[in-house]
Design a protein around this ligand. Sequence first.
Ligand code: PBG
Length: 326
Amino acid sequence: MSHPLTRPRRTRQSDAWRRMVRETRLSPDALIYPLFAVPGRGVRHPVSSMPGISQLSVDELVKDAKAVAAMGVLAVLLFAAPSEKDPHASAALDPKGLAAQAISALKDACPDLLVWADVCLCGATDHGHCGHVLPGGAIDNDTSVETLARVALNYVRAGADAVAPSDMMDGRVQAMRHLLDRQGLTTTPIVSYAAKYASSFYGPFREAAESAPAFGNRRSYQMDPPNVREALREVLLDIEEGADMVMVKPAGPYLDVIRRVRDAVTVPVAAYQVSGEYSLIKAAAERGWLDERAAVLETLTGIHRAGADLIITYYAPQVARWLVAS
Ligand code: PBG
């Protein structure tokens, strides 16, 4: 049956009709907000490439966490940029290090806000790579995995509600699960950055996390953007190793990957709308070239429609506010 009998516009003719037949609904419950910790007190250092986002000392971080929790955000994703960086990522392993301090301060101040701790070596190493560097410059998988598991243990002991490995080494999820379980920490979920691509859209983040590699690039560990079957392989491996949730990152340019992953697994799927995706909407909005609110809601709806159950976004508090107001 076709036109004139069938007219899809009938259920599109008013706001009430459109709302009734809407297939995808965003909820603040699905949004996770990234936070960047830096040393010091009273520090709010704006990230120039990410208007509205600042690096925060722990005392300020706690204030923002309280504010975003009050807006209805259920979880934050914590990144730390300690000042002491060395080849061993010592600051990330230190129970009194910046990340551990930030985690415990967040949990003290906002016990109900879920704190996901990003686990990687790049913010704490002097070379800025996500794993240990061998003489000659290659990234050594298996020693990196051992260190990453110890970093995860440190963050869980500090109070993290989940650990989120973002390094893309092989076998890190299994190593983390084993170490946590051996220490009796069997209840902490692992949110794996399972399909993380070597993306140009991380550019602004590297200023915020002070994690740009000092030499080379991340293409020997992060995924090659043209590949999607390989993303399924990564995701299935991580689930086998014990991941409780998997992530696709970035989100916007990888909607097909999100859909394929959603259809292939039964665990929750998260997608990360990364710094470059945020900054390009901000930059256009600041120039008056597009309507920021409409563009943000459209990108997040698209990511959700593609199959992401959860979305990590720098817009989380603002969107939570918009959704409550609408
Ligand atoms: C660290 C890490 C990165 C991001 C999250 N964790 C950067 C990178 O891999 O270079 C990117 C987040 C963003 O761009 O918003 N491994």
